[in-house]
Design a binder for this molecule. Structure first.
Ligand code: M6R
Length: 608
């Protein structure tokens, strides 16, 4: 989705700083980029280009730019095609703005302003905010008031950064969309962004404003950043924290892709999670959530996070016997779901900024139940809106295809289930659980070292017509997740199916060009084998993922990926999931797709 970066301070290299921030946001997905800044003659300059950031850099290459205040944007088109004109910033002779989100009543605002003689240059919804604020300024309304007044008039979730050339100041505001500001150690520079990662290493302290808090960044005040309510009274409605992200942590290092790096980070992260949750802050938060003693759990999330929630459901129901419902946030938010006072709402999200998940959380909160996030980004909107937070501690995830976050989300669910069963203080139980986590880490390590087998299978099947991933029980969400990974990065049609369900329709599609990636788990083994036989009888290509010693599984498979389920018990699905991650990764690599930034996708989906 759109990326936002703004710089205010004494550096004359503000454009470079903003471009560096935008570069870091490339992973979120975008289709055009632009910057605007105040030059040494106090003139507003704007450069914007459709396509990659490199197009914009090329355009700026030979310009002798000296600029102190700069705002920049990477656009993910919603209203209006991918063109230079539709790229942000949007500007007139008074203002320059960048926008992330959707203005739902843009059409009406535009029509009203056009009646007043305002001329629009682009097809975007964003420009309506620019002209709305400008309309107020032309009536001599002071800038802060003009922004606040205009912001009240727009509908939908958005964040904006406004550059006011007259004073060189920056303003920012948001509703239901990500926005973060930061200052450097000596308080001389301020930056704003849609993602704290863009500001890694540039600022010392971060500020996460709540919705409808107006940020005014100006050297004229005692503090560089001032926060106001929409009635322009000063406010403290923001969360501040030390910036602890370093740029190094989020570099690719020896790996060809972030996705591969993130797959490889999993063993270490798995090991670290029990340490975090068995003591200190992590323990406290788990204990608080367990004390809520829910009679029922409602899990809501999107994409991979929803599949992680589905695996966690098995823990809550299987281990805790707490009825658990998992629902896609995009559906949940528009239904009239049954929410009882004794329910607990759990929202799973890597980014903590997914619009649908935020809306589902808001709905549960409104109905009066307690809400808990299982999220990666501390300080994200979801993190701030929930009553309690269980951080998954996955570190920055850059690859659009979520990998390590899934593993950590499921494991955090497992730890919550331990807390709900009241066993978190039982030393013996903790040792056993930590050993199980460790065994999982060890098995994943082993898989990574021996990934050549998976790579070879990928090479043999990557150009086949279609893929069915099948699994039973807790492996069913793993099949769904495996298919999602393949679709998003290899651009091939893949579906996840409960193994026993294929014969109820999809089996009609099986032929010698269709691959069945079959998870042959020890549970319901015979049934799974029968399902494979059904597909094989119709000439389907079978890729079995099964126990190394399983002769029958091997015999039935055209390609076999041997694994070791022993001892992993309820964590085994996560182990198989890593096989699927690698399989998708290598197939995409053979296809030559843009693995870290697959077409049409955004890392964090902040629009509906
Ligand atoms: O940031 P979130 O976890 O809330 O994102 C939810 C989905 O958009 C995300 O998991 C998406 O499905 C991934 N690209 C899958 O790899």
């Amino acid at each position: 989705m759109c990326g936002i970066v703004g710089y205010f301070g004494p550096s004359q290299d503000s454009v470079k700083i903003v471009l560096e921030g935008l570069k870091r946001l490339e992973y979120r997905g975008y289709d055009s980029a632009g910057v605007s800044f105040i030059d040494q003659n106090n003139h507003l300059k704007v450069y914007k280009k459709a396509g990659k950031l490199d197009n914009l850099k090329e355009e700026l290459k030979d310009k002798d730019i000296v600029a102190r205040t700069c705002i920049g944007h990477t656009r993910w088109a919603t209203h209006g095609g991918v063109t230079d004109v539709n790229a942000h910033p949007h500007n007139n002779d008074i203002l320059s703005i960048i926008h992330n989100g959707i203005i739902e009543n843009a059409h009406e605002i535009r029509a009203q302003l056009e009646k007043e003689g305002v001329k629009f240059k682009s097809e975007t919804d964003s420009e309506s905010f620019l002209e709305l604020v400008t309309y107020e300024l032309r009536k001599d309304v002071p800038i802060k008031e003009a922004i606040a007044k205009s912001f009240k008039k727009i509908h939908g979730n958005s964040s904006f950064v406004v550059l006011y050339p007259k004073t060189g100041e920056i303003f920012a505001i948001k509703r239901g969309a990500p926005l973060v500001a930061g200052i450097n150690e000596i308080g001389s520079e301020a930056l704003v962004s849609s993602d704290p990662y863009a500001l890694a290493g540039m600022v010392h302290k971060l500020y996460f404003p709540e919705d409808e808090v107006l940020l005014h960044i100006s050297a004229a005040n005692h503090n560089l950043i001032n926060f106001y309510e929409l009635d322009l009274t000063k406010t403290k409605r923001y969360l501040s924290k030390k910036q602890d992200l370093s740029v190094q942590v989020s570099e690719k290092g020896e790996y060809e892709h972030y996705m591969l790096k993130e797959i490889h980070e999993q063993p270490e992260l798995i090991r670290a999670l029990t340490q975090y949750y068995f003591g200190g802050e992590g323990y406290e938060s788990l204990t608080r959530v367990a004390k809520l003693k829910p009679e029922r759990i409602l899990i809501s999330a999107c994409g991979t996070a929803a599949y992680a929630g589905t695996v966690a459901k098995d823990f809550f129901e299987g281990i805790n016997r707490i009825p658990t419902v998992v629902e896609l946030a995009s559906e949940f938010r528009y239904r009239n779901p049954i929410i009882k006072p004794t329910d607990l709402g759990i929202f799973v999200s890597q980014s903590g900024e997914t619009a649908d998940t935020l809306a589902a959380q808001a709905m549960c909160k409104k109905s009066g139940i307690k809400t808990v996030s299982i999220a990666n980004v501390e300080g994200s909107t979801l993190f701030r809106d929930c009553d309690e937070n269980l951080l998954i501690r996955a570190g920055v995830e850059i690859g659009v295809a979520s990998t390590k976050a899934f593993t950590q989300q499921v494991l955090t669910g497992r730890l919550l289930s331990a807390a709900l069963s009241g066993k978190l203080d039982d030393a013996e139980y903790r040792v056993k659980l930590a050993a199980k986590f460790s065994l999982l880490a060890e098995r994943v390590d082993h898989l990574l070292v021996h990934s050549e087998v998976i790579k070879n299978v990928a090479e043999s099947i990557y150009n086949k017509k279609g893929f069915f991933y099948t699994g039973r029980g807790a492996y069913y969400p793993i099949a769904l997740e495996g298919a999602l990974k393949l679709k998003e990065i290899a651009y091939v049609h893949a579906e996840g199916y409960a193994a026993g369900e294929l014969k109820h329709g999809p089996i009609a599609l099986i032929d010698e060009e269709i691959v069945n990636v079959a998870i042959i788990a020890p549970e319901l083994y015979e049934k799974t084998i029968s399902n494979i036989q059904e597909n094989k009888a119709r000439k389907g290509i079978i890729v079995g993922i099964g126990q190394a010693e399983d002769k029958e599984g091997k015999r039935l498979s055209d390609y076999y990926i041997p694994v070791d389920f022993n001892g992993l018990e309820e964590l085994a699905p996560l182990y198989v999931n890593v096989v699927n991650q690698l399989l998708a990764y290598y197939m995409a690599k053979f296809k030559g797709t843009d693995i870290d930034k697959p077409r049409n996708l955004a890392k964090s989906v902040t629009v509906e």
